[in-house]
Design a protein. Structure first.
Length: 80
């Protein structure tokens, strides 16, 4: 069983509609997304696996065949 620690980052009003923010937790950067039109929250690493840049939180959100995706803002590569 894994331990999970929850902590307050921001309010819904602080989030960009259908956008993301970067949260620094210790040495880690976490991309937090709010898909307004889906009313769903997602989190991922902020590091783009393709170019190794801390940028995914600034990516474009969307869906591909009903699956939520984020596109890196630099090269538009999609990630689940």
């Amino acid at each position: 069983m894994s331990n999970q620690n929850w902590f307050h980052v921001c309010s819904v009003q602080d989030m960009p509609h259908n956008g993301g923010v970067c949260v620094k937790y210790g040495e880690h950067q976490i991309a937090l997304y709010y898909f307004t039109h889906r009313n769903e929250w997602y989190a991922s690493q902020n590091l783009c696996p393709h170019k190794q840049q801390m940028a995914l939180s600034r990516g474009m959100l969307g869906s591909q065949q009903g699956e939520p995706k984020v596109a890196c803002p630099f090269h538009k590569k999609l990630f689940p």
